[in-house]
Design a protein around this ligand. Structure first.
Ligand code: GAP
Length: 452
């Protein structure tokens, strides 16, 4: 089951501490959100799952965490200064601004006027001043994608790891886009996080690898609770392709506001490495190199056997963390009718994504013996390093269960008076609501097994 509307999700997120509007006490700042106590856990878990599948579970990918501020030269030769823009129109009646390609009819969504300007390109990159002089000569861009810092580190990574093709560099982190009309909660924001893999391959093998990564990414989303049957593939038509792409397939998901892109998997060819490379004369390459590149780097790799220099092609699966968060949350959101006619809200998250792995609940909050036993158990379970374990000392079991169902905690462990007599606790399962009596010594292996 999914949410009926975006409002159901935004309300849950605010109420339970997943996501808040940024700077809310000052009226907010459009297109920016803050992840609260539970949101940060879920987001980190999703990123960790991506990192594990990309870096730890593979033998051909290295990690990278590069700077956000980016030299204008990089984004000049990458083509972003010239082409990273959306078509903007102004309403001459009310002065509001809109993305031309988002207008359903050719009239202003705000006042209804048809007196709109012709579309003109609006560059989406944020600029900031670098250093103490603010005269416009010393500035950097906030990166619009992590990919460029991966390309400019290509030689560094190659020199320090001795990789040969095919291999990849994975990077997760913040990226910034001055969206004309940020909207639909965390779907389209101005400050977001990306999970991007640049996978470098021998030219000629690129199309095969493109298909490999499309399949791989569908399987990964499925493991995060967004099953393949809920996803569609969209082959981006040639006229809509980004300037660097030979072909792009988008993974589309039915968000509460409509079917939109969750992740894009692009064949970037040798466009970027070629563009950042200057001295090309000794390379047998296929790159269409920008003539004026001011980079001195030779972003190519030498074949160990043939000694031939190659500018690799790049296959890039690029997913938005925030959109992933929204899709995972939407898929997990369930309202269940109970036998007694009541309803319960359950977040059926995959346990590895749950913000809280288990809640330990003493039956009575003022009973020292119960609270001490619960604290000891919490400490023991936390020591397993499986994620966050919460001591829930509210004194109201029913309320605690409801709260933990709603935030997706897979297990609630209750310490009661019987615990003091026979060292057993009750473990309640979020999904089945079944309860089991388990010896305290069994609690750790039980949790480990459940989360494995
Ligand atoms: N390096 C390639 C690249 O950046 P993209 O399609 O522009 O490709 C990748 O972005 C992913 O980032 C998208 O599939 C989407 O999930 C996410 N994304 C893009 N713009 C976004 C925005 N304004 N807010 C939230 N997520 C966004």
């Amino acid at each position: 089951m999914t949410a009926k509307s975006m409002e159901e999700l935004t309300s849950l997120c605010k109420r339970r501490g997943f996501i808040y509007q940024t700077n809310e006490i000052y009226g907010g700042l459009q297109g920016l959100f803050d992840y609260g106590p539970l949101g940060v856990e879920l987001k980190n878990n999703l990123k960790q799952a991506w990192w594990k599948s990309m870096v730890y579970d593979r033998d051909d990918v290295e990690g990278l965490d590069a700077a956000i501020l980016t030299s204008p030269a990089v984004l000049k030769y990458s083509g972003h200064e010239e082409t990273f823009s959306d078509p903007l129109v102004d309403c001459r009646s009310c002065n509001s601004r809109w993305r031309a390609d988002h207008l359903e009819e050719s009239k202003c969504p705000s006042c209804g006027s048809k007196d709109l300007t012709e579309p003109r390109p609006f560059n989406l990159m944020f600029k900031t001043n670098v250093g103490p002089i603010d005269d416009g000569t010393s500035f950097a861009y906030l990166r619009p994608e992590t990919a460029q810092q991966t390309f400019t580190n290509f030689k560094n990574v190659l020199d320090s790891t001795s990789r040969s093709l095919p291999f990849g560099i994975a990077q997760m982190g913040k990226a910034f886009r001055n969206e004309v009309t940020p909207r639909n909660f965390i779907f389209r924001v101005r400050e977001m996080e990306l999970m991007e893999l640049e996978f470098f391959v021998e030219p000629g093998t690129d199309e095969e690898w493109h298909q490999f990564w499309i399949k791989n990414r569908l399987e990964w989303w499925s493991k995060q609770g967004v099953p393949e049957k809920r996803l569609d593939l969209y082959d981006v038509p040639a006229k809509e392709l980004a300037h660097y792409s030979k072909s792009t397939t988008d993974i589309m998901y039915k968000f509460p506001h409509g079917i939109e892109e969750l992740e894009g998997i692009a064949n970037r060819t040798d466009f970027d490495l070629g563009s950042h490379t200057k001295n090309q004369s000794d390379l047998s390459i296929t790159a269409k190199v920008l003539k004026n590149s001011s980079s001195n780097a030779k972003l190519a790799i030498q074949d160990r056997e043939t000694k031939r220099w190659v500018v690799p092609y790049v296959i890039e699966p690029a997913a938005g963390v925030d959109r992933g968060f929204l899709a995972v949350l939407n898929e997990a959101y369930t309202i269940q009718k109970l036998e007694n006619g009541k309803e319960r809200t359950v977040l059926s998250l995959k346990p590895h994504l749950s913000p809280i792995k288990a809640a330990v609940i003493p039956l009575k909050k003022n009973n020292e013996e119960l609270v001490l036993a619960a604290k000891n158990l919490k400490k023991e379970l936390q020591g397993l390093s499986l994620g966050r374990i919460l001591l829930e000392n509210s004194g109201n079991i029913g309320k605690s269960y409801r709260r933990h169902d709603e935030v997706g905690t897979p297990l609630c462990i209750t310490v009661d008076f019987q615990t003091l007599e026979d060292q057993t606790v009750t473990i309640r399962n979020r999904d089945s609501m079944d309860q089991e009596r388990v010896h305290l010594e069994e609690a750790s292996p039980y949790l480990q097994e459940y989360l494995r």
